[in-house]
Ligand binder design. Sequence first.
Ligand code: MN3
Length: 199
Amino acid sequence: MAFELPDLPYSHDALASLGMSRETLEYHHDLHHKAYVDNGNKLIAGTEWESKTLEDIVKGTYASGAVAQSGIFNNASQHWNHMQFWEMMGPNGNSMPGELAKAIDESFGAVEKFKQDFSAAGAGQFGSGWCWLVKNADGSLAVTKTENGVNPLCFNQTALLGCDVWEHSYYIDFRNKRPAYLANFLDNLVNWENVASRM
Ligand code: MN3
């Protein structure tokens, strides 16, 4: 089915005092995300993917491994990734629900250790990509990093939290300081209730 650019779930100014400016959201949502939507729609038109759900397009084109599918995969996965990313942040979602904190404690030993692992994954992703908190099929939690548009759907994992570490996500507000962007993301931007709802 055709991709559609969703509105941000908050105003373009809503995160400015938390370290993500209006200018970043205008470029990132209104231009970058829109380009994935527009290019994806052009590429799936007239193909077998046109009638499929976004999740099926991401999984199917990744599993095919075909170079000819890579353009569709890249745009579809980035469209999906950004829809999750906007929802995973918020202007006032800064306290972690107890059920989520307990699951993180059990998997990582402590919330602070999880944050260290997540930040290290994001800082250590060479080039463009994402870092994630995922739930595996067996229920365990893990931190991962992926290149470009690759995401947890490709590995049958549930994405609980994802952070975009493409330069377009942080260069306006943090310049080249990706670790500072990641620390601010975890401390100020994450909507932990949204993360918990994905469990
Ligand atoms: Mn992005």
